[in-house]
Design a protein around this ligand. Structure first.
Ligand code: KIV
Length: 280
């Protein structure tokens, strides 16, 4: 039997000074292949609002949709841990609503959820989630759901004070029960310092090589999403041009009569053919 990646396995990466990999997936087949490739954590990120649904930012997706994508991904995964991003305003208003919405993701196949930010409310949400058996990854640094209050896609933790503030938030969330802290767009030195001063593993999203885990959006890695590519997103494939090339060849084959071939159609037997064509 395949051993599933759990909160304990994630902690072991940190304890043994080893690294783990995280990629996003939003559909069954992609999740299946990432799992087969050995990716440790598959994140149904709310980045799907942008890369799969074509919105301008991540806040355009709701609890309803995240449940559908969580189910699809969970069905494709045997080993990896599945984490679902809690969408904008699904955990911000009160703890009861937060618990209702986070538990829906668990019921739909996620092992854990990710929530952004640190304030008295989110600390309480993390605490209550963990008390209810819902593991939480906390997301600090640049938090896309707070884009308007941050004022733009700005690097966070650029000064001594700003680094200590992120560390303080991370320690509070760790103490509330978060099993990992994701750091987005934080300078490498700051992320290193934060990582060294936490018990739980950190996950880098553009926060350098010293974090325990590394996350990227799979559409960036595969070269599928091309509207915008962040500095830290390494491209391993060129799916955009692969898709265009396949579609062009199909279009040509259809228009030249090369598709379908005899092996790609169903036939009736000879007798039936005769009857069909002898019919007046
Ligand atoms: O939404 C997402 O995919 C994320 C990652 C980029 C960390 O939050």
């Amino acid at each position: 039997m395949i051993k599933k990646v759990s909160v304990n396995s994630i902690q072991k990466f940190k304890d043994r000074d080893e690294k783990f990999s995280v990629l996003t997936a939003y559909d069954y087949s992609t999740a299946k292949y990432l799992d087969e490739a050995g990716i440790d954590v598959i994140l149904i990120g709310d980045s799907l609002a942008m890369v799969a649904l074509g919105y301008n930012d991540t806040r355009q997706i709701g609890v309803e949709e995240m449940q559908i994508f969580t189910r699809a991904v969970a069905r494709g995964v045997s080993r990896a841990m599945v984490i679902t991003d809690m969408p904008y305003m699904s955990y911000h208003t009160d703890v009861k609503t937060a618990l209702e919405n986070t538990s829906l993701m668990i019921k739909n196949g996620a092992t854990a959820v990710k929530i952004e930010g640190c304030n008295e409310h989110t600390i309480q949400v993390v605490k209550r989630c963990v008390e209810c058996g819902i593991p939480v990854v906390s997301h600090l640094g640049f938090t896309p759901q707070f884009l308007n209050t941050i004022g733009g896609y700005n690097i966070q933790g650029k000064t001594y004070d700003a680094t200590l503030k992120i560390l303080d938030d991370a320690q509070k969330l760790q103490d509330a029960g978060a099993f990992s802290i994701l750091l987005e767009m934080v300078p490498e030195e700051s992320a290193k310092y934060i990582t060294e001063n936490l018990r739980v593993p950190t996950i880098s999203c553009g926060a350098g090589k010293y974090c325990t885990g590394q996350v990227l959006v799979s559409d960036d890695v595969l070269g599928k999403y091309s509207d915008f590519t962040p500095k830290f997103a390494r491209k391993y494939g060129d799916m955009k041009n692969f898709i265009i090339d396949c579609a062009k060849r199909f279009d040509e084959d259809v228009k030249s009569g090369m598709f379908p071939s005899d092996s790609e159609v169903f036939h009736v037997d000879e007798e039936c053919q005769k009857m069909l064509y002898c019919r007046k």
